[in-house]
Design a protein around this ligand. Structure first.
Ligand code: ASP
Length: 309
């Protein structure tokens, strides 16, 4: 049996320590820990990397603390439009959805796109029709209502500004969620889910559901899930770039992840971070922001749940 491991994130950003109370920090860490442990138990029982990343992301989507699923931010129209993607590194199959509303766990819908349609990426109304066909329950808007996020939106709603859940206003509530895993057979998987950016409009789609930008998995190299200002991650094809540096240059996971986030992304003024795992179970968690909600656990007995550097 090979080493197995999992890493998760709940968004990177400018986290102001002063705004974070001890109690809130504990709540964040508990939510991360619970997602981590649920997913790790799957790996420990011989489960697949795909099942582990889906379950970790579902758990984070169900928490109002993170900008995904239930805690998704408000769009310029006062709605919630969610994006998600999942990829299986063993066969390069992938599924993604974008601009979906009313779906409690967009990551599961993304997996259904992969497994139950002949497509990779379904968006908007079409994705919703697909969900209807699979008899998904649609949650009412109140399910996604969060007073804090509503206020975040109120502050910029009449402007052309749109904002990362955890920057500019320097809030103490943060973003996008993701998970990467390596299972005991050496298979890799990555999953990412987000509500996007507050006050987004015109059908704005970020990097999270785009295969290769915010999410990527390939057993030959690594599995990656990103968080940050999506526009830069799309332009940098960030997740795939990490994989390419490993495949074409023979770099280690750590070196490739750090080159992309600490050098290439910064050169185009991009802010954010990523979590990644390779087929030996090594984990990289790197960010160029003040912090990133994150956690990791591996079969060698190492565990970490952290927010700041
Ligand atoms: N990357 C996400 C997006 O641009 C935002 C985030 O990571 O919080 O939609």
């Amino acid at each position: 049996m090979k080493n197995y491991s999992i890493a998760i994130h709940g968004g990177a950003g400018t986290l102001i320590k002063g705004k974070m109370t001890k109690a809130l920090e504990t709540r964040y860490k508990e939510a991360l820990d619970s997602a981590l442990e649920t997913a790790y138990a799957i790996l420990e029982n011989g489960g697949s990397a795909m099942d582990a990343v889906e379950s970790a992301v579902c758990s984070l989507e169900d928490s109002p603390l993170f900008n995904a699923g239930r805690g998704s931010v408000f769009t310029a129209e006062g709605t919630h439009e969610m994006d998600a993607a999942i990829m299986d590194g063993s066969n390069l199959k992938a599924g993604a959805v974008s601009l979906v509303t009313g779906i409690r766990n967009p990551i599961s819908l993304a997996r259904d796109v992969m497994e139950k349609s002949q497509h990779v990426f379904l968006a908007g109304e079409g994705a919703m029709k697909f969900a209807e066909k699979l008899e998904y329950n649609f949650e009412p808007p109140e399910f996604f209502y969060d007073e804090f996020r509503y206020q975040q939106w109120q502050e910029i709603k009449d402007s052309d500004k749109f904002q990362l859940d955890h920057s500019v206003k320097k809030d103490s509530k943060f973003g996008t969620v993701g998970a990467v895993a390596c299972d005991s057979s050496g298979n890799l998987a990555a999953a990412t889910s987000t509500g996007g950016m507050t006050n987004k409009k015109w059908g704005r789609v970020g990097d999270s559901p785009m295969i290769g930008a915010g999410n990527y998995a390939n057993n030959k190299t690594c599995a990656v899930s990103c968080t940050g200002s999506g526009e830069f991650f799309i332009r940098g094809v960030v997740a795939y770039d990490v994989s390419c540096l490993m495949e074409y240059k023979g770099w280690s996971l750590e070196r490739a992840a750090s080159e992309v986030i600490q050098s290439r992304l910064i050169k185009i003024n991009g802010d954010g971070g990523l979590i990644a795992v390779d087929a030996q179970g090594n984990i990289a968690m790197t960010f160029n922001t003040e912090g990133m909600y994150r956690g990791m656990k591996n079969s060698a007995g190492k565990k970490e749940v952290a927010i700041y550097t």
